[in-house]
Design a protein around this ligand. Structure first.
Ligand code: ZN
Ligand code: ZN
Length: 678
């Protein structure tokens, strides 16, 4: 090869222009081992392991190239990057075949490669067979156990190394620290901490950060902080570790203080710093603050990445975060590099949970590729919104696209059928689970079938179904029957289901209330007072009803019976006037749920103070016409509120969406998407 040629070739490699270098390389009739090794290791360095390996295989086959130990070392590293177990074994064979079985650097690299490919027994065997071992050999084996998630075995190798191996170095310590962090083993963490102090590794910044991480994973924030404060030098990684120590352990305030200190100290924040704060806020329920961080992160010039979006998006399901969710959608749209199937699915779920099924569907339809999770999300979304027929259509389309349904798919379809009273479809779907798809229905599927039958009024059949199911009926199965009995006023079966529930789910106030409701409705006052006494004795209290509504970017909260809200008099006046209009048109208030020792007029007053009514009335008084009113409630919407809100939607001419603890209700023109059965 002429000298000018090789000069040009090398300068391409140095500039990272590998394609040009390859063009040149391909013109050489018989490339020597030196230039081959240069090109192969350049590919590996640029994270193109497949190109490395293909080139190597070509050279071996067509040019009959005889590799030396350096070339094999380079190709072993490529294979570790690729994590391909079949190629790994081929390369190992070459190493033996060309006589490098006892080469120490090669042996070390092969151990690491096997670990990355998940072949831990091969790694161990290689280790055992190497005639001479150095600190890298031992460390590679420890790392291999870590990569194969066999953490305890990795620590075992470390202990053996302390007894009979060479002196360890900081890389060994770092890999053992990483293992202890995975194991969350405080005992071992302390052992290593002592070792670090005794052997003078204290000033190593990476080891210091590793120790902070262990104490934090073991929830000992105090010790994590002592190590952190004692570190002589810290980089952004050390700071991020202590940040997540506090935010993961629930001390968000201290994390916020440290975050401010980072800025004051001039630490260059990276995306992991921001992500740590954002996920800390999300985990501590501070969604609004998380969204602020998301905005500040962008202002500061740090680009939110995939992790940022994936941690914040699932949190945007509350009233206050619809706007935040839209902003994230906007960001994803503008920065297409982040877009992937997980983020898209997150958007589908976010819009559905925030009550905007149309946009949810739009995002779903535009997804270039849909996996089972995406399909299931769209099916569940439709069932949440009471669109049972659509869940069935989606199911068919999913099958058409070649995706096999799983247990979650059927849960979605069955619950969709039950909310839309598609009894026959539900029966077909349920029986096809096993027959066509080989899936055994679990307790939840059986409970869904009880729900389907109960909502449609087939109460006897539902009861029979419960008695004959091959799995232990869950509280939700009995709860579905009880609820059906409440709606269809079947006292006899209601009593049976209710008594079972008081036994197997004694802490759920809803069971007592439903049963109470049934007894009061049937004028069985003795039974009713027995239930009330039981509630008292067991200390069961109903969680106070609470509703949220957003008006012009501000979220208003209404708690049942709480009178300290803005426009109190206007809201009550409006509700009273609505009630009067309803009476004129012949509607009767649904006062069943109120305890019977309150008299007629008082009952209505108690009903008027329900949080969802207050929230809707407040929204109507404050909203621009044409907008959709969205109210979220923590409990199930009550029968009376359902009737009144339905009436308001019609008389004012607005669309009202209420998300209660079970599903969405879309009120329009005097009727609800749940068809008054929920
Ligand atoms: Zn109510
Ligand atoms: Zn409804």
């Amino acid at each position: 090869m002429p000298a000018s040629f090789i000069g040009q070739f090398k300068s391409y490699l140095n500039c990272g222009q590998l394609n040009q270098a390859r063009n040149l390389f391909d013109k050489i009739p018989n490339p020597n081992i030196y230039s081959s090794t240069l090109l192969i290791s350049a590919y590996t360095k640029q994270n193109r392991p497949l190109d490395s390996i293909q080139l190597y295989q070509n050279l071996r086959k067509e040019k009959k190239l005889q590799p030396d130990n350096l070339l094999l070392l380079s190709i072993t590293k490529a294979c570790a990057l690729l994590s391909d177990p079949i190629k790994a074994k081929e390369i190992h064979k070459d190493v033996i075949g060309f006589g490098f079985k006892s080469d120490l650097p090669l042996g070390n690299a092969l151990i690491e490669m096997y670990g990355k490919c998940g072949l831990i027994s091969e790694a161990q065997q290689l280790f055992d067979e190497l005639p001479v071992k150095d600190v890298i050999t031992w460390t590679s084996l420890i790392l291999s156990y870590k990569n194969c998630k066999q953490f305890r075995e990795g620590l075992g190798v470390f202990r053996e190394m302390l007894i009979s191996g060479p002196k360890l170095n900081s890389v060994t310590l770092l890999s053992v620290l990483a293992i202890s962090s995975k194991l969350k083993s405080l005992k071992f963490g302390r052992e290593i901490h002592c070792f670090v102090i005794r052997n003078g590794f204290e000033d190593n910044m990476f080891i210091g950060s590793g120790l902070v991480d262990i104490y934090s994973k073991c929830l000992i924030t105090h010790d994590a902080r002592i190590v952190f404060d004692g570190m002589r030098s810290k980089d952004v990684v050390s700071w991020n570790v202590i940040l997540s120590a506090y935010s993961l352990n629930g001390d968000l305030d201290e994390a916020l203080r440290l975050f401010d200190k980072m800025k004051v100290d001039g630490v260059l924040l990276n995306s992991a710093s921001w992500n740590s704060m954002i996920s800390g806020c999300v985990q501590n329920g501070r969604i609004e603050r998380a969204l602020q961080f998301f905005a500040q992160m962008q202002d500061s010039g740090t680009k939110p990445n995939h992790i940022t979006i994936a941690s914040i998006l699932p949190a945007c399901t509350g009233m206050e975060s619809i706007r935040g969710g839209r902003e994230i959608h906007g960001y994803v749209y503008r920065n297409a590099f982040i877009k992937d199937i997980i983020i898209d699915t997150g958007l589908v779920l976010m819009y559905a949970k925030c009550g905007d099924l149309n946009t949810s569907r739009l995002v779903f339809d535009q997804m270039p590729r849909k996996d089972i999770i995406a399909w299931n999300t769209m099916i569940v979304a439709n069932s949440m919104h009471g669109c049972g027929k659509e869940t069935l259509t989606l199911f068919d389309k999913m099958i058409e696209s070649g995706i096999r349904p799983d247990a979650v798919t059927f849960s979605g379809v069955l619950s969709g059928c039950s909310h839309s009273q598609l009894v026959d479809k539900a029966r077909q779907s349920f029986s096809s689970m096993e027959r066509e798809y080989g899936l055994n229905p679990d307790a939840d599927h059986y409970a869904s079938m009880v729900d389907v039958l109960s909502r449609a009024g087939y109460l006897n059949e539902a009861y029979e179904f419960i008695q004959n199911m091959p799995v232990e009926p869950t509280p939700s199965a009995w709860g579905a029957l009880l609820n059906g009995c409440k709606v269809y006023k079947n006292t006899e079966l209601g009593k049976i289901a209710g008594e079972v529930l008081l036994d197997i789910e004694p802490q759920n106030p809803g069971n007592y209330l439903s049963l109470l409701n049934i007894f009061v409705g049937a004028k069985m006052y003795d039974d009713a007072s027995r239930i009330r006494m039981l509630m008292n004795d067991r200390g069961i209290r109903k969680e106070p009803g609470c509703s949220w509504v957003q008006i012009k970017n501000k979220v208003y909260t209404f708690v049942k019976g709480d009178d300290r809200f803005a426009m109190r008099n206007e809201v009550y006046g409006f509700l009273k006037e609505t009630r009067r209009k309803m009476r004129v048109e012949g509607y009767m208030p649904d006062t069943d749920i109120v305890l019977q020792d309150v008299d007629g007029e008082e009952k209505e007053e108690v009903l008027c103070s329900h949080s969802e009514k207050l929230a809707v009335a407040f929204a109507i008084l404050n909203l621009d016409r044409g907008e959709v009113i969205r109210v979220f409630k923590n409990l199930r919407i009550c029968g009376d509120c359902h009737g009144v809100i339905s009436f308001m939607a019609k008389s004012i001419g607005v669309c009202i969406t209420v998300r209660d603890s079970v599903r969405f209700h879309h009120f329009k023109d005097g009727s609800c998407s749940c068809k008054n059965l929920w």
